[in-house]
Design a protein around this ligand. Structure first.
Ligand code: AMP
Length: 542
């Protein structure tokens, strides 16, 4: 027997309607300009999204053609976020920080036909353009694009000129909820980047999860600051979730350094914000020497890489801001688990829960798999690979078979850890980063977190380096806080209280800056390369 319930398709157009009509006046998008802000209402975003859709139709965008964006987080990018999928085309957010050959690869692989480009990024884009085989139109946002040299067959348009005169209502088509809405490529540290294609249904369900109280708890009362780039796993779902509930959005555009970020927070008073740990480390360092008012923030979401407990504690104890640790992947839309401590726990136990990767929600089912494909118990001790499945988890990469990654209907995350009986995931490492020393495993993340607990340390990265006796030993690369000095021996001593003796690192190096990936995570591949090329000055302490 089927139900008697209605069966409308879930769609981004419906999210746009909710944001731009009931919340159209009360919610705003603020785009930072460096010394001030541009503001627009959600109603205006809705009107301009309609104009953009008409303009794209005028350029011949029909069906599921791909429209790329090469943009910072700003209100125009948001307009594309809604216009492109709602008209039935597919939004492809290009990661502006990928290497040029990777960018060319992804734009060609996705067969982008139109690309929207921020005028400040034109010099970068200009270098790619001759290699983009399928691009027919470039739309320049923020200037008229006269500066761009286009190859034959490519037309260049100014965004505002293109939107002017277009009707500000669009008859959004009824789409199958399983059809493609947006695509994002994973950063791909070794092989080529892989494309994940989100559907209208997955975006809609994921947005609901972002808003749930035990998710990111986004509501109409929030002013949400999306520091995480709109090209990094759809800005973790914030733009769509914000429109769903009418939370305002604050967009930093290209002003991502701690100083302007903090100034923007003081001026625009966000209540929540989301970014990778390295951004928050920078903000914390800045706040240590610059008194700015960040008291509007009730919660900041930290994910994309393990959040050091020292960072969580510093925010909470010094600024009264709660840090919410979350885990996810481009392949999981990205929100997977969120670490809210269970009710009733306090003291150190509460921190243990909050420092974990958290509980998976109903929509993301998880299992732990050990060697020989054995499914392991959730006993807080058995260590294996986390595998997940659910309605906002990818089942394949775009145009590529990867049976290694997608296995029996589960996504193999490549993340290793254990799960407690009450369902909290504690990741100890990426499978490829675990250090195997004398047949035993050492968690690089655990060592990093502990070293970053030292007051003189700003950032710490740990990689395994070859060792004749133990096969691998940890090497710690330390970035000191401004004006601080500390010897490797002292740091090793500092770890002695909390790290087993055989795990204590003997190889240390001090580096001016931690190498970072295109989305701001520690880039261990580059550190390994620097080590292999003998470019690190290593201190040996025992
Ligand atoms: P990406 O798709 O580029 O965002 O990368 C996803 C990967 O980032 C995951 O598979 C994890 O290895 C890592 N990651 C994301 N969030 C966390 C977290 N909270 N703790 C540890 N690792 C994380």
């Amino acid at each position: 027997m089927f139900s008697t319930m209605q069966d409308g398709h879930l769609s981004i157009a419906r999210i746009l309607q909710q944001g731009s009509e009931p919340h159209g006046v009360s919610a705003e998008v603020v785009t930072w300009t460096g010394d001030g802000a541009r503001r627009t209402s959600y109603a205006a975003v809705g009107r301009r999204a309609a104009q953009l859709a008409h303009a794209l139709r005028g350029l011949g965008v029909t069906g599921d053609q791909r429209v790329g964006t090469f943009m910072w987080n700003n209100s125009e990018h948001l307009e594309a976020y809604f216009a492109v999928p709602s008209m039935g085309a597919v939004l492809h957010t290009l990661n502006i920080r990928l290497f040029p050959d990777q960018l060319v690869y992804v734009a060609n692989h996705a067969e982008d036909e139109v690309v929207l480009v921020d005028s400040t990024l034109l010099p970068l884009f200009q270098k790619l353009l001759p290699e983009l085989a399928t691009v027919r139109h470039v739309i320049v946002v923020g200037a008229d694009g006269a500066a761009l040299e286009a190859p034959a067959g490519v037309e260049v348009h100014g965004y505002e000129e293109l939107l002017a005169e277009q009707p500000d209502e669009f008859d959004w088509p009824e789409l199958d909820e399983r059809s493609a809405a947006a695509m994002c490529y994973t950063s791909g540290t070794t092989a080529n980047p892989k494309g994940v294609v989100y559907s209208h249904r997955s975006v809609y369900l994921h947005s609901m999860q972002v808003c749930m109280t035990d998710g990111m708890a986004l509501s109409q009362a929030d002013r949400s600051l999306a520091v995480v780039p709109m090209f990094h796993a759809m800005s973790w779902g914030l733009p769509y979730a914000a429109f769903m509930v009418g939370a305002s959005l604050i967009m930093p555009d290209r002003f991502l350094r701690p100083e302007p970020l903090v100034r923007m927070i003081a001026a625009e008073r966000p209540t929540m914000a989301a970014a990778v740990p390295t951004i928050w480390q920078g903000v914390l360092q800045h706040l240590a020497t610059n008194a700015e008012d960040v008291s509007s923030l009730r919660e900041v979401v930290v994910g994309g890489a393990a959040c050091p407990p020292s960072l969580m504690k510093a925010f909470e104890e010094n600024y009264g801001i709660s840090v919410l640790h979350a885990w996810g992947m481009t392949e999981t839309s990205p929100l997977g688990s969120v670490a809210r401590a269970p009710v009733g726990v306090s003291g150190e136990q509460r921190w243990t829960y909050r420092a974990s990767q958290g509980r998976l929600p109903t929509g993301v089912q998880g299992r732990l798999v050990g060697e020989g494909d054995v499914v392991l118990p959730w006993d807080g001790a058995s260590v294996g690979e986390l595998q997940v499945r659910g309605p906002w988890v990818a089942k394949a990469y775009y145009g590529e078979d990867d049976p290694e990654k997608f296995h029996e209907g589960w996504l193999r995350t490549g993340d290793v850890g254990y799960i407690t009986p009450d369902g909290f995931v504690q990741l100890t490492d990426r499978a490829k980063d675990v250090i195997k020393s004398g047949g035993e495993w050492i968690s690089s993340v655990d060592l990093e977190n502990k070293v970053m607990g030292h007051p003189a340390v700003a950032e710490a990265m740990v990689i395994g380096v070859p060792d004749e006796k133990w096969s691998e030993r940890p090497l710690v690369a330390v970035v000191l806080r401004d004006g601080q000095q500390v010897a490797a021996a002292e740091l090793r001593e500092f770890l002695a209280d909390s790290v087993a003796k055989w795990q204590l690192p003997e190889y240390w190096t001090f580096i001016p800056e931690a190498p970072k990936t295109s989305v701001g995570k520690f880039d261990k591949k580059r550190l390994r390369q620097q080590h292999a090329e003998g470019r690190l000055n290593i201190t040996h302490v025992q």
